[in-house]
Design a binder for this molecule. Sequence first.
Ligand SMILES: Cc1cc2nc3c(=O)[nH]c(=O)nc-3n(C[C@H](O)[C@H](O)[C@H](O)COP(=O)(O)O)c2cc1C
Ligand code: SF4
Ligand code: SF4
Length: 258
Amino acid sequence: MKKEHRIQIDAERCIGCGLCRKDCPAGNILVENRKARVVAQDCILCGHCVAVCPKAAVSMTGFDEPPEEIDKPAVLEPRELLAALKTRRSIRQFTKRQIAPEILAQVVEAGRLTPTGGNAQDVSFIILEDGIERFEKPAVRLFRRLLPLMKLVNPVARRTEIDDHFFFKKAPAAIVVVSRNQINGALAAANMALLAEAFGLGVLYSGFFSMAVNRSRALRGMLGLKRGEQAVTTLVLGYSGVQYHRTVQKEAAVVRRF
Ligand SMILES: Cc1cc2nc3c(=O)[nH]c(=O)nc-3n(C[C@H](O)[C@H](O)[C@H](O)COP(=O)(O)O)c2cc1C
Ligand code: SF4
Ligand code: SF4
């Protein structure tokens, strides 16, 4: 639930450099007589004014966490990142090893920190850990009912069997990424998957489970989804029970250059 926030500028600390005004995406800061002032409190609350001020003169009230000082910028090594993207695979075989709660919390943190359009921060997360099969069962029932219909139109469906572990593949945990905004949810999920992989976890995006959630009133109820909220995707998480010896081939990128 979003809280109330106010942007405050400490006039004593402000030296009137104008950096906050220059970086504000909403034209919400004026500098007059060498002092900055906020025009209105209904901006997107992006916090750039807080982050950019060299004198720590700007603050936002009502958050659970204080801003952290940045000593040196975080570095992502491009070759390693690209290699990680190239060699990651969707994992559909998991060991029985459980995932430490702190790791799941960090994966959620990656989602929380992902940018959202207009800084809406409208993505939430449902961690399924204990008795994860409880949630899989209604999805399996739904898909078994739908399968005969799918078989009429889809050749892959004709070769598909919906076993009891069709969605979660015996993985120890899953996180349903929920939002009214598909793009915001998908971006959060992508960062979460990347961090999960950095922790040595295998990840499967389950579009099928998300589809089941969105279509089943029972599952929506079990997960407490509100009207308009969608399961954008579901990250099935666990330690991989499979090893890949080489990369897979993908189509060449379609790029238009002008
Ligand atoms: C949005 C999305 C939804 C997916 N849903 C499923 C799913 O429900 N079940 C499944 O087995 N794989 C699912 N996948 C995995 C894709 O089939 C897989 O990413 C693709 O075949 C490429 O394989 P790779 O991830 O190993 O490179 C999904 C992937 C994405 C990106
Ligand atoms: S960045 Fe800080 S010091 Fe500079 S004008 Fe804004 S509030 Fe004042
Ligand atoms: S929070 Fe963002 S939009 Fe609001 S005044 Fe600061 S920089 Fe501008």
